[in-house]
Design a protein around this ligand. Structure first.
Ligand code: CP
Length: 316
């Protein structure tokens, strides 16, 4: 198997475990391409990638752009805030415009859950979900899994804590699925208002006390407090949240020495973690960003039908 047998990449649930492993294996190859003097390969030559972001993004948008460029695709960016969407154009009409321009791939971020799924049913192009509402952020989850695999070789048997605003997090929902699929145990931690009991249906443990769980963790993923999605107060104050759930130097001392600290970004410095932890060598946030490019190159490549990697190795 050297391709994804699907048109779109919409969520982790629809991927087989074999496909997840295939994406990670290919990401390793594409990461090696970064170390060459010529970093581009001609996988998507003649193809057009369009990024269509209805919500702000730095990492995801830039890494899809760079991945497409490194695969030699033509790239169009639609910045919704400066497009005809602000004049009232509907999603379906925007899509028909992109279709008329013969886009082959549409990378979409939208505030509404399942918007990329709707798009995928109405367009021949491959649709890649770059984050939809609270629902899913599959490419973030795949790069998170890849980043752990790169450090540990396997996720089998690892205890992974996901801390913070689970309720509003598409990253948490996709991470839970991919981490468990690859054999890790997942424990969620945060205030009860942000870690609803319903999450137990995903087969995870839940704790409301960060200090209790720190010594058992191999990996800790500190999520951003998403104030823009919170419609009411979920904790008394940021100061109180920081006191109870932030990772700080004192708490880091109670963790395993080689704990992997992750953050999907963007980080609220001084909220999810203290400044000294943000400078800790255990934090792999920038490696996650680098791996994001490799994983997204692998996804484009595999959706394009793959090709023997040996041929790519010669394409310098
Ligand atoms: N991790 C993530 O999705 O970051 P951006 O919002 O900057 O894309």
């Amino acid at each position: 198997m050297n391709s994804l047998k699907r048109k779109d990449l919409l969520d982790i649930q629809s991927l087989t475990t074999e496909e997840i492993n295939l994406i990670c294996k290919n990401a390793k190859f594409f990461k090696e391409v970064f170390t060459r003097s010529v970093k581009s390969v001609p996988v998507l030559r003649g193809k057009t990638v369009c990024t269509l972001f209805y919500e702000p993004s730095t990492r995801t948008r830039l890494s899809f752009d760079l991945a497409a460029k490194r695969l030699s695709a033509d790239l169009i960016n639609v910045t919704v805030s400066t497009s005809s969407v602000v004049k009232g154009e509907s999603l379906i009409d925007t899509v028909h415009t992109l279709e008329a321009m013969k886009a082959d791939y549409i990378v979409m971020r939208h505030g509404a859950a399942l918007a990329p799924h709707f798009l995928s049913q109405n367009i021949e192009a491959s649709v890649i979900n770059a984050g939809d509402g609270f629902h899913a952020h599959p490419t973030q989850a795949l790069l998170d899994a890849y980043s752990i695999l790169e450090k540990r070789g396997t996720l089998e048997g690892l205890r992974i804590g996901i801390v913070g605003d689970i309720q509003h997090s598409r990253v948490a929902r996709s991470d839970i699925e991919v981490f468990k699929r690859l054999g890790a145990e997942v424990i969620l931690c945060g205030p009860p208002t942000l870690v609803p009991d319903d999450f137990k249906v995903y087969g995870v443990d839940i704790s409301y006390n960060l200090d209790d769980i720190l010594p058992e963790l191999d990996v800790i993923n500190m999520l951003r407090i998403q104030r823009e999605r919170q419609k009411s107060a979920f904790f008394p104050s940021i100061r109180e949240y920081h006191r109870q759930f932030a990772l700080n130097a004192k708490r880091l001392e109670r963790c395993k020495q080689d704990i992997i600290i992750m953050h999907p970004g963007p980080m609220n410095r001084g909220v999810e973690m203290s400044n000294d932890v943000a400078e800790s060598p255990n934090l792999i946030m920038n490696e996650q960003v680098t791996n994001g490019v490799a994983v997204r190159m692998a996804i484009f490549y595999l959706l394009a039908g793959g090709a023997p990697l040996e041929e790519m190795s010669e394409a310098k």
